[in-house]
Design a protein around this ligand. Structure first.
Ligand code: UDP
Ligand code: MG
Length: 326
């Protein structure tokens, strides 16, 4: 741990607020003024610089989202935007926004367009950033406004991920602040299946959390139907864990043990009782013996595929935090 003097704060950062937007024509007119006001307040309080801005990443919206963003940009240059060629999904829209902001900010906060995540938490995130924290996660203190279904499935998913050996932050979605250095380290991850909630903790810089109450959407409907939620969950597991393949191997080993017991039973039945049909013993032993051998063989092949899986991702092997040079 690098010692840092407690009382010395970093200078106010140039902040980029990055918003992925998919068909948000209803929410943006409500959320942009709130976020611009927040920027004004933070500038007035001396927490961020005056050239801080909002960057909307339009994820191939089919409604008036882009037209609205053009109007807003003309009226207030602090509203900036990029547009993806077509709908690629929340994670990619967010990544495109963060990578666009990377060279033009000291820190970036990602937040949804619907203001479900309390924007006031940004003030505390910036404070923690100025104290030297590189990644600040927004964590929901309660999920009262989520449906019971969304809450239980989300919690089940967190515990499942944990069992799979994936390091994620409980009740944190993609509301977080990342320093410029964290963004550059994130840009070293070249994999195409992006699950930011799994990657960001892997970067491994100093991090902290800020709690907030999750509200309901300001306007419009959720852009995350069950289908997209399931796809994100599958990505979240299969992009990080080769564990399921190892289970096959252990199942094979377990069945091999069972096969020993079955063998004993078959031998006793075959030689010491007289109600065994011809062929039964050999079929029983073949099914159990070959079954376990096949599972073990698939499991071993899986281990190698797991290695290939890790290699092809080409993730950075380490991240350098500081350099003392010259
Ligand atoms: N979003 C996106 N692309 C998509 C789906 C969603 O950019 O394909 C954005 C959306 O505009 C919003 C954020 O991701 O800013 C979160 O979506 P939403 O609020 O609909 O999800 P929920 O809060 O219901 O899980
Ligand atoms: Mg939402």
């Amino acid at each position: 741990m690098i010692p840092k003097p407690m009382e010395k704060l970093l200078p106010p950062p140039r902040l980029a607020i990055v918003i992925p937007c998919y068909n948000e024509e209803e929410a943006l007119p409500l959320s942009l003024p709130v976020l611009l006001k927040l920027l004004d307040d933070c500038v007035a309080a001396g927490d961020i610089t005056a050239d801080s801005y909002i960057l909307c990443s339009n994820d191939g919206s089919r409604d008036r989202t882009w037209a609205l963003l053009e109007e807003w940009h003309l009226a207030d240059r602090r509203v900036r935007a990029v547009s993806l060629a077509h709908n690629r999904g929340h994670q990619y829209a967010l990544l495109a926004g963060l990578m666009t902001a990377m060279d033009n900010c000291d820190a970036a906060v990602s937040i949804d367009a619907d203001l479900q995540d309390d924007p006031q938490a940004i003030v505390e995130m910036v404070r923690k950033y100025r104290e030297g924290t590189e990644i600040v996660y927004g964590v929901r203190s309660s999920r009262k406004t989520d449906t019971v279904f969304k809450r239980t499935t989300a919690h089940a998913f967190y515990s499942f991920q944990k069992k799979m050996g994936l390091e994620t932050v409980y009740d944190h979605a993609d509301y977080r602040l990342m320093s410029n250095r964290a963004l550059h380290l994130l840009s070293e991850y070249h994999e195409s299946n992006m699950f930011l909630r799994g990657i960001v903790p892997q970067i491994g810089l100093d991090s902290d959390v800020v709690y907030y109450e999750r509200a309901s959407r300001v306007a419009g409907e959720s852009k995350y139907p069950l289908r997209k939620m399931l796809a994100l969950s599958v990505d979240g597991i299969t992009s990080f864990s080769a564990q399921p393949m190892r289970w096959i191997f252990f199942t094979g080993l377990f069945i091999l043990l069972v096969t020993l017991a079955v063998t004993a039973y078959v031998v006793v039945a075959r030689f010491f009782t007289d109600h065994v049909s011809p062929g039964w013993a050999s079929i029983m032993l073949s099914i159990w013996g070959l079954g376990s051998l096949i599972l073990i063989a698939i499991g071993i092949t899986g281990e190698y595929i797991g290695k290939i899986f890790n290699e092809v991702k080409g993730r950075p092997r380490y991240a350098i935090r500081d350099r003392l040079w010259d």
